[in-house]
Design a protein around this ligand. Structure first.
Ligand SMILES: N[C@@H](CCC(=O)N[C@@H](CS)C(=O)NCC(=O)O)C(=O)O
Length: 228
């Protein structure tokens, strides 16, 4: 037990993994104490029998909250908020606010998560960017920019859980992939949430740097020809 009296929650994660970073930020916001357990897909940890027994989908992040196992970062985030900070405004309660939040969370899952997939292709597989992936990332950012031209946060005028999950993906974008400066509302929002989310730099910094270094090395090794 921690000083807060709460039992620690096991979190299987990797530093570079955007959804793992999102869960760590959400946990920090609602006062969860994590027992961080590195599960590195690059080294095949996620395919080891013990991990597969726990999560047959072999994805990180995965939590084990004293016997209750859950994966999918957005489900984990909502579980942690509901359990540890039920009064939190990170999940809206007003009917229409909640509906908008749900819509944006599904957008985040369907569209922004692709940043991670694109990154993973090059980061884990050491392969080049696919033009169709880059196009998809740009379309997603364009939509996000449009949403953010109409509201301060992704789902309205209050910061919600979807700002955490979206920011963890967007901060992962590398300049070789998309030029974030062409999305002014996204830039403004990112600058804001970086300062408002507790532990943002500490949690995201090392993983994003790691991704940047690997991508830089892969691109320079093939003459940078995959830049679009
Ligand atoms: N939608 C999932 C995505 C999880 C995911 O794909 N995680 C990656 C690391 S960022 C992973 O575990 N990859 C290994 C695999 O899918 O086998 C979430 O948000 O938790």
């Amino acid at each position: 037990m921690g000083s807060s009296g709460k039992m620690a929650v096991d979190l299987y994660h990797a530093l570079w993994s955007p959804p793992s970073r999102a869960v760590r930020m959400i946990g920090r916001a609602v006062g969860v104490r994590f027992n961080l357990i590195t599960c590195e897909p690059i080294q095949g940890d996620h395919l080891k029998p013990d991990f597969l027994k726990m999560n047959p989908m072999h994805t990180i992040p995965t939590i084990n909250d004293n016997g209750f196992v859950l994966w999918e970062s957005r489900a984990i985030g909502q579980y942690l908020v509901s359990k540890y900070a039920p009064q939190s405004t990170l999940i809206p309660t007003d009917l229409q606010q909640k509906a908008l939040y749900d819509q944006r969370l599904f957008f985040d899952y369907a569209m922004l998560q692709n940043f991670s997939k694109t990154m993973r292709r090059i980061f884990v597989g050491g392969t080049r960017f696919e033009p169709k992936d880059i196009k998809q990332c740009r379309t997603s950012l364009q939509l996000l920019d449009q949403f953010l031209s109409q509201s301060t946060y992704v789902a309205g005028e209050r910061i919600t859980l979807v700002d955490y999950t979206a920011a963890a993906s967007v901060i992962t974008c590398q300049p070789e992939m998309v030029d974030l400066s062409t999305y002014p509302h996204v830039q403004r929002w990112l600058a804001r949430v970086r300062t408002e989310i507790d532990g943002f730099e500490e949690i995201n910094g090392p993983g994003v740097e790691m991704i940047g270094n690997v991508i830089g090395a892969v691109l320079s090794s093939d003459g940078d020809s995959s830049k679009l």
